[in-house]
Design a protein around this ligand. Structure first.
Ligand SMILES: [Zn+2]
Length: 248
């Protein structure tokens, strides 16, 4: 899909993407798995990542389990965006969610990334250049594991949120307890210890307490909170978690 967006003129991109999706839907058709993002029924998902996790990436749209769960969560929590004008900050914007947020007329949308080529504004999450109480909603998924001082980042998210606003936070949960190994100084060591070369720690479920310590009221959202068991298995989102962090 990246090739189509890079090499085809804009008027041809839409039809070319549609054709590609239709072709993939036909080629991978099956009944075992379902992707709620591209609404495809497929035989299986694909293997993904350096750790070769099997049966996770949608062969039609490329989504991973965390995208599928976030997508369903946003469907489930539609009312969050319908309460009136909403200032929103989206870190490390994933294209599919950026497109989705931009289509909501009440949302005044800003995306941010440490890399200036990847978002509307360059921003260090540990030094957010906005006044206190600026945003109604912040989306911060799979960012904190890349940040050296994650507690400082959480305090910044808290600071720029309005009272009553909320941050939608997700991280990979890959350990029983959050840990950081000071000896992991090179990409190869980080890949060995954390499973990915650009991760700086492994999180456990205790991330909830870390967010709580920052001042947030935290609600850990799990698939079983609003999705039927058989659908969770079909979409392969059993282990997905979202931390809904409200600033009181
Ligand atoms: Zn898909």
């Amino acid at each position: 899909m990246g090739l189509i967006r890079t090499f085809l003129p804009k008027p041809l991109q839409g039809p070319a993407l549609k054709l590609l999706i239709l072709t993939r839907k036909a080629v991978f058709f099956g009944s075992r798995r379902y992707c709620p993002i591209c609404r495809s029924r497929v035989r299986s998902f694909r293997t993904h990542g350096a750790d070769r996790r099997p049966d996770v990436r949608c062969p039609v749209c490329g989504s991973l389990e965390r995208f599928r769960f976030m997508w369903l969560f946003l469907d489930h929590k539609k009312d969050m965006f319908e309460a009136g004008p909403c200032r929103m900050l989206h870190f490390a914007p994933e294209r599919l969610f950026e497109d989705r947020y931009r289509q909501i007329s009440a949302v005044e949308y800003v995306s941010a990334d440490i890399n200036p080529d990847r978002a509307m504004v360059q921003m260090d999450i540990t030094d957010i250049q906005h006044p206190d109480n600026t945003f109604d909603i912040i989306h911060c998924s799979h960012v904190l594991e890349h940040v050296p001082d994650d507690m400082r980042a959480m305090r910044q998210l808290y600071r720029v949120l309005k009272h009553g606003g909320c941050a939608i936070v997700a991280v990979p949960i890959t350990a029983k307890q959050t840990f950081q190994d000071p000896s992991a100084a090179t990409p190869a060591e980080r890949e060995r210890i954390y499973g990915q070369h650009d991760h700086l720690r492994c999180y456990g479920p205790d991330i909830e307490q870390r967010l709580n310590k920052t001042g947030f009221d935290v609600q850990c959202i799990r698939p079983q909170d609003f999705i039927a068991t058989e659908d969770i298995a079909r979409m392969r989102i059993e282990d997905a978690r979202i931390f809904l962090c409200r600033k009181p």
